[in-house]
Design a protein around this ligand. Structure first.
Ligand code: A2P
Length: 285
């Protein structure tokens, strides 16, 4: 995922380089970064797309972490933080992205095609990792928009189901069409050769929209506050005894969801001090 709260709106549009197969482009790739090949691109709406690319042999990450993804724009690399949406065991890398018409990176990234080259800095990092949570029974993943990306990784990682009896992924978007990435993902897991058995009935998906009719509507914060989330899922309200949380979304959503988890008695954790919930702040400007 990527947010552009701090992106400069008046930035002059510069032309993206041709794909890296040309020697001219290859010569410009900065030292110490990976240059990977785009394998597949899927567009969902005029605001959302995902892509898959080759994974460098030496690139290790924990499911839920993010990396700096970039393109050469003119003769300069432009990078933004992106959660890796594929799980740690996957041979390829997947990313889910917003399209910002004048975004310094996404205005170019949204045009990539299979065979093109995408840059990636070598060191992944992030707080939405299982290691940052203390043991619990039920793991909530709260996401809005492209904030579902780190959870797309974690719900495809068998370790998530070794550590938790129940995994609840909430995804709130403005419109139904924006839920498609998440809906496809659940379908993929249900039909997956080995994941289907590992996941079993432990994974619950709770998609909601705020600006159209749908089976579930409303902001997740309202649905936590009025208890509808728990009634719909048939689970007790949030408690630090059994429940753990991960949050990824816009700055306001992070703030409001955090306040509700704290009100329920959960304490924030980090890589160095595991706790009852974690937040990814890297994407918010
Ligand atoms: P809403 O339509 O009521 O603004 P965005 O595309 O702006 O990032 O929003 C994605 C989703 O997150 C929308 O459904 C939006 O609802 C919701 N949202 C925005 N702000 C908050 C917030 N503070 N708490 C919970 N959900 C939010």
């Amino acid at each position: 995922m990527v947010y552009f709260a701090s992106a400069k709106k008046d930035e002059t549009e510069t032309k993206m380089n041709a794909p890296a197969k040309t020697e001219e482009f290859a010569a410009k790739i900065p030292d110490g970064v990976y240059a990977e090949t785009v394998l597949d691109v899927e567009h969902y709406t005029d605001r959302l797309f995902r892509f898959r690319m080759t994974r460098p042999a030496g690139f290790r990450f924990r499911s839920g972490e993010f990396a700096m993804i970039g393109l050469m724009v003119g003769d300069k690399p432009v990078y933004r933080a992106y959660s890796v949406a594929s799980p740690a065991w996957d041979e390829e890398l997947e990313f889910f992205s917003i399209k910002v018409p004048d975004g310094p990176l996404t205005s170019h990234l949204q045009k990539i095609q299979p065979g093109d080259t995408v840059l990636m800095r070598k060191k992944p990092t992030g707080t939405l990792v299982l290691d940052a949570l203390t043991p619990g029974k039920r793991l909530y993943m709260f996401s809005t928009g492209t904030g579902i990306a780190p959870f797309a990784s974690l719900i495809r990682d068998p370790e998530t189901y070794e550590k938790f009896d129940e995994v609840i992924l909430t995804h709130t978007c403005r419109e139904v069409a924006e839920l498609k990435y998440g809906l496809d993902l659940i379908e993929e897991i249900r039909n997956h050769e080995f994941l289907a058995e590992i996941v079993g009935d432990k994974l619950k998906h709770y998609p909601t929209v705020t600006r159209e009719e749908f089976s579930h509507t409303g902001r997740i914060t309202d649905l936590i506050e009025n208890g509808k989330l728990f009634t719909d899922l048939g689970v007790p309200p949030l408690t630090p005894e059994t429940d753990r949380g991960m949050i990824c979304g816009s700055a306001d959503m992070l703030k409001d969801t955090k306040a509700l988890l704290e009100k329920a008695g959960l304490e924030e954790g980090s890589n160095s001090k595991p706790g009852e919930f974690v937040i990814e702040r890297a994407f918010v400007g």
